[in-house]
Structures are given as structure tokens and as C-alpha cells.
Unconditional design. Sequence first.
Length: 189
Amino acid sequence: MLLCFIALLPVSVFAKDFVVYDDILEEKTAQKIEEMGSELFAKSGVKVILIAKKSGNENILDYEQNFAKNLTPPYVLLTLFQAEQKVDIYTSKGLEKEFDREALLSPLPWKGTIIPLLTSKKNEISVGPALLNGYAELVEEIAAYHKIELESAIGSANRTTINIVRLLIYGFMVIVVILIIYKRIKSRG
């Protein structure tokens, strides 16, 4: 009976203490997430779990509520169902004030850390960077709320680099639009 049960389990599902994923995440990314989550838990008692699945067979909120039944508060679940393009953050009571949920899940490229990368038109882009950035932002905000320093944190250098790249891209786009408008005005006059 036990052998039948083991044979029916998906072989490609991996679980650690702070990350549950199938083959959509690279092992290196999962290890970094595990490291950050473990350090935050040791220093604050808050458990932040990333759940990354290719597909969810149920509503994401129902899945999170079912998953959370076995957890002891305080906890935060960052969940991705890739095929359904669903991302959510689910928390135990009282943790909502420790991080900015709207900013993390914002679709705006200058504000959000997860969804702008996930909604990229390039299908070959891994979800790993988006989830790593989002998870890092989440644990760093919770750590800041508790006034603790995470040695494993990615830090603001990554965010600064992303913001500089965004600024350059948007600046370039504005210059191109201004040049187009200028050429049209000049050709009419």
C-alpha cells in the first residue's frame, strides 16, 4: 500500500521548510530563498513560505487556506500558480502591517517586484528572478519591521540596479517620443 502511495506522488515536486516548488524554480534560487526564510524565522519567528507551482488545480485562496491549516502563526505564504498566472500573498492575522502587500503585487513596473517580471512577453524567461526578488523584498520588509538585519538578504543594491535600468529604459522611451514629435512638427513647418 505504501509503495502505491509513493508511486503516485509527483516525482518533480520539491519541498523544503520555506519553499515548496516543482521544476519551475532552479535549485540555486530555491536554496537562496530557503536561506533567507530560515534566517528570518530564526530571528523573528515569522515563517515566510514560497509556493511555486506550474499549475494549481483549485482556487489559489482555497489552496493557501488549506495549506495554512498545518502552520503555526505567524506565517506568510507567497504563492504562484504559473499556468493560471496567479500570484497571491496570504498571511496569518496581524502580519498585514509588517509589509506592503499592494506594492509587492503591483503590476506597475516602477512599483511591483513580482508581477512585472512574470508578465513579460518573453516565455523563455524563468520565474525564478521574479520570485526571488519578490520573496527577498517580502522578508526584508518584515525584517525591517522587526528591526533586525538579515545577513542573507539580497539588499537594496539589487533594487537600486533594477530602478536604474527602469529609469534608463523609460528615459530612452521619452527621448524617442520627443524626437518623433519634434520631427513631425519640423516636417509640417
